[in-house]
Ligand binder design. Structure first.
Ligand SMILES: Cc1cc2nc3c(=O)[nH]c(=O)nc-3n(C[C@H](O)[C@H](O)[C@H](O)COP(=O)(O)OP(=O)(O)OC[C@H]3O[C@@H](n4cnc5c(N)ncnc54)[C@H](O)[C@@H]3O)c2cc1C
Length: 379
């Protein structure tokens, strides 16, 4: 049986970063992935993911996000790939809406550069949008978006250069503690390691039926819109944006040079879609789903509205409180888990990789991530 210092289960967004950090620290590490790397059946595909630091979800995430900045820059240099496009992010809602109030709170608490725009400043500066009456804006110039498939590839390439081994088309069926090692049983072979890191994304429920935290996997629809006016769908006219609309929270990501197909700017609702089994997802987007997004776009961004050019389906893995779950697996001294990223995890991948490498190699970490532990569900 092959043995390693660490085995990473799932080589998607989080697992690829964990592999990279482990391998760079000199650990003999194996990554096990049931599909290819990257692939389109999990949560880390679709060409773009928002990166932002004025975190409306909770200010405790900000120190982790700050650390990502240096990681992304370093990964871009190591890979020679442009991963992050800092086109800025616009938040638009009523001043007392949690989106606006939360972003402002995080920005002020952590000194994140931002501009507050009243209704008329918002309309003047972002003339291609038509936000509802009473909306105000917060603009975060350092935010933008990252290319997820390229980021996964960059992390994997760095891991391989540092000596990692990756087995694709290999599904982990079970793991168990055996005399100071963890034995990992797959559909092709059995491996052993001193530490195991589980990054199974939407398959966490299957791999960890006794985690004790219900994780709901939901089907999320995104569309790429053909812009009526090309400049209206690119920065600076269109930064990354998140707005409160009558349908809920809506976000958009502009077109940019070097964009992988499909072309067009991207739009989606940040609401929970239908609960699904990750192995039985209907990946066909229905005309009514597209029509809903086209209507939202015509209402909120008339200057850049046009027909949907393409659409896709992706999976959120939602924890009960919408916050990540990163901790030692109860009952397993040498196994750590990172899951439940609840539709907002990708921007954290480099720091989650660093954190998981700390935990796997030393059992502890100085990164301020204790608030993401399992203890909160027992209280
Ligand atoms: C539509 C959409 C938009 C999003 N937008 C944003 C955004 O703008 N900003 C942001 O920060 N986040 C965003 N997210 C969330 C973010 O993409 C996810 O939180 C992140 O990609 C999760 O990474 P992961 O590694 O947990 O999952 P994945 O990348 O899916 O990786 C899990 C991997 O584990 C593998 N696996 C599972 N079980 C096994 C097993 N038993 N054996 C072997 N392999 C296994 C899977 O095949 C998969 O490759 C969005 C998500 C979606 C769906």
């Amino acid at each position: 049986m092959s043995t390693f210092d660490a085995i990473v289960v799932g080589v998607g967004g989080m697992g690829s970063a964990a592999l990279c950090h482990l391998a760079r620290r000199g650990a003999r590490v194996l990554g096990l992935e049931q599909f290819a790397v990257p692939h389109e059946r999990g949560s880390s595909h679709g060409g773009s993911r928002v990166v932002r630091e004025a975190y409306y979800e909770h200010p405790d995430y900000v120190p982790l996000l700050r650390r990502c900045r240096a990681h992304w820059t370093e990964l871009e240099q190591a890979s020679g790939l442009r991963l992050v496009h800092r086109v800025g992010a616009l938040y638009a809602a009523a001043a007392d809406h949690p989106l606006l109030a939360g972003a402002l709170h995080s920005a002020r608490t952590h000194g994140i550069p931002h501009e507050v725009l009243d209704g008329s400043a918002l309309a003047r500066r972002f003339a291609g949008f038509a936000f509802p009456e009473g909306h105000v804006g917060l603009f975060e110039p350092g935010a933008g978006f990252v290319r997820p498939e390229a980021a996964v590839q960059a992390h994997v390439a760095a891991a391989l250069r540092a000596g990692a081994r990756i087995e694709t088309g290999t599904t982990v069926r079970a793991f168990s503690d055996r005399g100071g090692m963890v034995e990992v049983v797959t559909d092709r072979a059995t491996f052993a390691a001193r530490a195991v890191v589980l990054c199974p994304g939407a398959w966490a429920g299957r791999l960890l039926p006794r985690l004790g935290v219900p994780l709901r996997v939901t089907r999320q629809v995104v569309a790429w819109i053909e812009p009526r006016d090309r400049d209206a769908a690119r920065a600076p006219a269109m930064p990354v944006w998140i707005a409160h609309d009558q349908e809920g929270l809506v976000y958009g990501i502009p077109e940019a040079d070097g964009q992988p197909p499909p072309l067009g700017w991207k739009v989606a609702l940040h609401e929970l879609g239908a609960e699904v089994d990750p192995d039985g997802v209907d990946r066909t987007v229905r005309p009514a789903e597209l029509a809903r997004l086209e209507t939202v776009v015509r209402r909120l961004v008339p200057a850049a509205a046009g027909p949907a050019r393409a659409a896709g389906v992706c999976l959120y893995t939602n924890s009960p409180d919408g916050h990540f779950v990163i901790d030692r697996l109860p009952g397993h001294e040498r196994v750590h888990v990172a899951c439940g990223f609840s539709g907002h995890g990708f921007k954290f991948t480099p720091v989650v990789g660093e954190l998981l490498a700390d935990l796997a190699l030393t059992g502890t970490s100085s990164l301020p991530a204790g608030f993401l532990g399992l203890r909160r569900f027992r209280q």
